[in-house]
Design a protein around this ligand. Sequence first.
Ligand code: GRF
Length: 190
Amino acid sequence: MKNIAVFASGSGSNFQALVNAVETNELQASIKLLVCDKPKAYVVERAANHSIDVFAFSAKDYPSKVAYEMEILQKLKDYEIDLIILAGYMRLIGDTLLQAFPGRIVNIHPSLLPNFPGKDAVGQALSAGAKETGVTVHYVDEGMDTGPIIAQESVGIAAGETNESLQAKIQRIEHGLYPKVVQTLVLTKI
Ligand code: GRF
């Protein structure tokens, strides 16, 4: 059984979807650790509800990205983590973690990459007047949402679509897609 660490910064609905998939055996892996850079984020409470250990930190307490990533790396070693799943982690991953986990860090992004990378991908798609957008799961490299794509699913943008309605559609897709893709990863190359 592979050991997973989820990195998140916010509400953690994708974290929850992964935990649920483990509990129903759709995802055959063990979520050992939540890494969170916002100690008050709701995702921390979700982890506690499922007795999942949390490493919460504030970047401002460290002199550099290298310093906090070294501490994260030690935790990942302690928990014998095989795979890092980013789920709304609002920081770029640095060399310390990229070099320690080559090809073993994945992210989910709310657009059909390479369209609309970075922040507020849903708002970007609406402002661009796009007819469709979607969800991408991809490997993480040093760029912002630039790594090799693993899976994508599209969603239509209806006339009169609001940010909230589109966000809801996208999240529904994310919650189905992410556990499935992670399951294929734990069964195959990771
Ligand atoms: C998701 O939309 C994901 O695509 C993006 O951040 C959001 C996280 O949402 N990277 P949640 O915290 O999982 O609810």
